[in-house]
Design a protein around this ligand. Structure first.
Ligand SMILES: NC(=O)c1ccc[n+]([C@@H]2O[C@H](COP(=O)([O-])OP(=O)(O)OC[C@H]3O[C@@H](n4cnc5c(N)ncnc54)[C@H](OP(=O)(O)O)[C@@H]3O)[C@@H](O)[C@H]2O)c1
Length: 370
């Protein structure tokens, strides 16, 4: 259709990225309208309920959309949700063709390419599909599993400890790594910690990047016994969800009355080792949370990793040693032998000052991953 389709799609992916901090629970989508080798309109999806990327690009192009080729990172929707079908908008605008990176896997919205073809508009699919898939990892994970994408994060010493013997962990890493941690909070819908971390560190769990004015993540605390103090920083300011056991819920709600907190009862695990994380993720999903950053501590990271809920792991390695009385990354048993120990696949490694930020995903197929 267009020898430069990859170039325009690359631009559409760049535009889609602008919705990274605002678009959830919807997918990131970008659109570039090109006529006679010239960009006549650009758009991206900024927030759920707002105009889709195609509609934005058509509005930007005005009459010049007629005869243009639309390059869209996700198959245009063919259904009426909070906004009208993009297929109708593209047909009404008189586009001459559509290039799509990724077919829409959402059964509710899919079918746009077929609608366009039936109306006589040629559609080319699969241009930069891998990049589009990677860009929408969180959205695609949600569709496939019905669960939020879980990112585990910890700062560790060179010998794998998350806190010193006295429980102090501030600050293991330097200012640049901590800035990166704040940026991570801006990219997720919720940040989750255990009550042990609230009691030890009293974190605010907000994104405090210089000049950041975007949405703050929902803060979530696992607090089975209802120990969160009314004076805790998480209890004030932005919204916080404290997840607790059935027995502790009423007492905790009355103790935190007046704080910026919603108390929500979830079942305990059958072995009594804390709240049922699957149920916690379901509660978050119902609140339109599609990505969760689990920031610790050691008990919660152990639970999340051993239940197989961690989809990506960020480990910030700090140039300090804490010895065997320091607190290990995981508060609980793991593999009995090296052969049994699950492996992780490195996605990225970045030096940040004297620290190193490592990004891993669980290795799903050891034979293939090597
Ligand atoms: N370096 C880092 O990146 C980092 C980050 C965070 C924290 N830390 C350090 O980690 C330490 C705190 O870690 P921690 O292990 O003591 O506490 P934690 O993991 O923050 O919280 C553990 C508590 O969460 C509650 N919980 C509810 N459901 C749970 C579940 N399914 N799994 C696990 N816990 C559940 C339990 O209390 P109930 O029994 O009341 O439910 C449990 O005692 C502190 O020293 C802190 O400084 C370090």
């Amino acid at each position: 259709m267009d020898a430069d389709a990859g170039t325009w799609m690359h631009r559409a992916l760049e535009l889609a990225e602008r919705g990274r901090r605002t678009v959830s629970p919807n997918p990131l989508v970008g659109c570039v309208l090109v006529r006679d080798g010239e960009v006549v309109g650009e758009g991206w999806h900024e927030r759920a309920g707002g105009p889709h990327a195609e509609v934005q690009a058509i509005a930007a192009a005005g009459g010049r959309a007629r005869g243009a080729v639309a390059h869209v990172t996700l198959e245009p929707c063919a259904h009426t949700g909070r906004t009208g079908p993009c297929t109708t908008a593209l047909l009404d605008a008189g586009v001459a063709g559509v290039v799509v990176a990724l077919p829409d896997p959402n059964p509710v919205a899919a079918g746009g390419a077929a609608v366009l073809r039936a109306a006589g508009v040629p559609v080319e699919e699969g241009v930069l599909a891998a990049a589009a898939r990677a860009q929408n990892t969180v959205f695609l994970h949600g569709l496939a599993t019905g669960r939020p994408f879980v990112v585990g994060k910890a700062a560790v010493s060179l010998d794998g400890r998350i806190a010193a013997a006295d429980g102090t962990s501030r600050w293991l890493t330097g200012p640049r790594a901590r800035q990166r941690a704040h940026a991570l909070r801006a990219e997720v819908d919720a940040v989750l910690v255990g009550s042990g971390t609230v009691l030890a560190d009293d974190p605010a769990l907000t994104c405090r990047l210089d000049g950041y004015r975007g949405p703050q993540p929902l803060r979530a605390v696992l607090d089975g016994r209802g120990r969160t103090p009314a004076t805790a920083r998480v209890a004030h300011g932005n919204a916080t969800l404290v997840l607790t056991g059935e027995e502790a819920a009423a007492g905790l709600a009355s103790r935190l009355d007046g704080a910026d907190v919603e108390v929500c009862a979830v079942p305990q695990r059958s072995d009594g080792s804390g709240l049922d994380l699957g149920a916690v993720l379901d509660v978050l999903w119902e609140r339109e949370v599609r990505s969760v950053l689990v920031e610790g501590g050691a008990a919660v990271l152990h639970s999340a990793l051993s239940a197989g809920f961690v989809d990506r792991l960020h480990v910030h390695v700090a140039p300090v040693l804490l010895g065997d009385r320091g607190r290990p990354l995981l508060a609980g048993p793991w593999a009995g032998s090296l052969a049994e120990a699950p492996r992780f696949t490195l996605e990225d490694a970045q030096p940040t000052g004297d620290d190193v930020l490592l990004t891993y995903r669980p290795t799903t197929d050891p034979a293939r991953e090597g």
